[in-house]
Design a protein around this ligand. Structure first.
Ligand SMILES: [Zn+2]
Length: 248
């Protein structure tokens, strides 16, 4: 008998789920959970709605309400649909309402920090002075510097396909209101992935013949370029606060 902990990608709660959510995420995990239960494995199938973050905050702004009300509204719809389709979750929870999620998130953060894998860096990010908040790349639009398309997004131009940084855009604007934005300095915590390069390479070497060639070549490609530090904090009110007081 084996022990299986199973989960599937947590859906955002800024919209009503569609068939793709079921087919691509919940159903495969459900099939695997049912298979393991039949085999007699000790099986725990957990999931929930991913309620924190920019999409929820922006959905609240658009609807002139609070993130909490938005998540209460959509969680109910998500839960009902997965129950309706008989997805056999042992626990389907919510990231904004679960005390365990809150504590585990902070604990993981502190452990990574104490092990020396988190660094603090300054960044210049898109900021909407009227809203008084920073904007994620995809909520910024402007003119593409390569093809001149007027509604290129901050992460990519849909017309010419080039990957962009919001700073590349000419006349950057808030994608929702159309108001001009500025760039403002802010400090964030980053996962210092470069420290893991050797361990990761050694681990990947043991996966030859197990992972597909495409997966391996992409992973080795990233290692060859050198892993970049990845930002793991956001300027949000709606989220799990960084346990700052416990850091130093
Ligand atoms: Zn373009």
């Amino acid at each position: 008998m084996e022990i299986r902990l199973i989960t599937s990608a947590l859906p955002y709660v800024n919209n009503v789920p569609h068939i793709g959510h079921l087919v691509g995420s919940h159903l495969p995990a459900d099939i695997f959970a049912r298979y393991n239960r039949i085999k007699g494995n000790i099986t725990l199938f957990i999931g929930g709605t991913d309620e924190h973050g920019t999409p929820t905050e922006l959905e609240a702004i658009k609807n002139n309400t609070t993130p909490e009300k938005i998540t209460d509204f959509y969680y109910k719809i998500h839960k009902e649909i997965y129950d309706w389709f008989g997805i056999s979750y042992d626990n389907f929870s919510r990231t904004s309402k679960s005390k365990i999620h809150y504590e585990v998130t902070r604990e993981i953060f502190l452990q990574i920090f104490r092990n020396g894998y988190i660094i603090e860096k300054e960044q210049e990010l898109p900021y909407d002075p009227k809203w008084g908040r920073f904007l994620a790349d995809r909520f910024v639009i402007g003119k593409c510097p390569y093809c001149g398309y007027d509604k290129a997004r901050g992460d990519q131009c849909e017309m010419c396909g080039r990957l962009l940084d919001p700073k590349d855009l000419i006349d950057p604007r808030n994608a929702i209101t159309g108001e001009s934005i500025i760039f403002k300095k802010t400090r964030h915590m980053f996962l210092d992935l470069s420290k893991l390069e050797n361990d990761l390479k050694n681990w990947l070497d043991t996966k030859k013949g197990i992972f597909s060639d495409v997966t391996l070549s992409i992973a080795y490609g990233w290692l060859k370029e050198g892993l970049k530090a990845r930002s793991i904090t956001r300027d949000l009110k709606w989220g799990v606060p960084v346990p700052y007081k416990e850091l130093w």
